[in-house]
Design a protein around this ligand. Sequence first.
Ligand code: ADP
Ligand code: ASP
Ligand code: MG
Length: 418
Amino acid sequence: MRIFKFGGASVKSPDAVKNVARVLQHEGVEETLVVISAMGKMTNAFERLINAYHNNTDDVEEAFKFIKVFHNEMLLGLFNKGHKVYDSINFLFGELSMLMAKNTSDDYDYIYDQMVGFGELLSTSIVSAYLNEIGITNTWLDVREFIKTDDRFRGAKVDWKLTEATIVNKIDRSKLNITQGFLGRHRDTTTTLGREGSDYTAGIFAYCLGAESVTIWKDVPGVLNADPRVFDETELLRKISYTEAIEMAFYGASVIHPKTIQPLEQKQIPLYVRSFDNLDQEGTSVSACYGIEPEVPCYIVKKNQILVSISAKDFSFMVEDNISAVFKKLHNYKLKVNLIQNSAISFSVCIEDKFNEFENFYKDLQSSFNIKSYKNVTLYTIRHFDDIAIKNIKTRGKAIIRQINTETAQLVIQENMQ
Ligand code: ADP
Ligand code: ASP
Ligand code: MG
């Protein structure tokens, strides 16, 4: 059985959806499970709607309309008027409206997970109907029936035992199955695996089904040695070992979701990252090989970081007790630590404030610690660095922290104004 994953870019327009059909026709459709994300940038659009709804602002109507218009144009580009898919999509919009009208919770993360997943439900309903319409018979599955999680909204943890048992028992392997990425369920409630989590969904299905491979279809030729949106010159990595891919994803290479690789490595399932435009190209394979090929420096960029330097007000050293107190708070405020550096009296961390909690963390720590922060800095990680690579990064701004070990150099940069 093969697992395919199509991200937002591969279903961003009617032509893109038609291209998904072309990919499936080219690759064959038997014994395949296809995981699909929300269309184009729809998850961002849903986030705007959710924020407006949660803050009770006037923008709700406009944000909702934007989503409706987008999907309606998609339908018009793919189906004749009167096709039954229009009813399915209207039904989903009705459900979303009802949810918004009836909800009494004020918990942002809970509300987020209940609303954002409509992006995936709409997307898969449209693609599945289109494929059926043109003769690529498929079964639409509600992924929440399969991926069971805890109730940590916006970053739910998978209950592997329950998930595996459900997937093994309920998936018909002989068919072409179409399902959503990103979503899970805790009891009767929808959860999500975190932004960009559809790759992880593909990894979960592959692991549970003992799949022969996973292919992630992209708008790039494969995994490049740097984000092409940030670097002018990039090179295609033809082969990457599981270990290297885990390292790259861990440091923030956004091309593959960090949790995707480990389940695949466990069962030695190869992961292919291929271009949905050029089906003749092999792209990148991630497998049990060694290192990367070609061996070039790989750049990973994390923007919007906060660098915090912390020292104790009572002049004590920043060792076990103080560091563990700081870490406890970092964990409590859900701040993600991307780099740590410590000296005798100061402890620095480069963090990501995904849940907007930094000010609370700061206030909480202020009584016992002196805290200095640099907001909006960028963390550059270079795997397989050389001197030229480090110089190249230093041209981008002022280096506030530099940390080097055998394979990896990391620099926190205050970027030059553009
Ligand atoms: P998807 O449609 O699968 O969600 P994304 O937009 O999340 O795709 O990811 C694809 C984009 O990731 C590419 O268009 C590219 O700009 C960017 N990207 C960032 N880093 C890399 C990298 N190392 N290799 C390839 N693409 C990368
Ligand atoms: N649609 C979700 C997102 O944009 C999940 C995914 O695409 O992987 O984050
Ligand atoms: Mg994506």
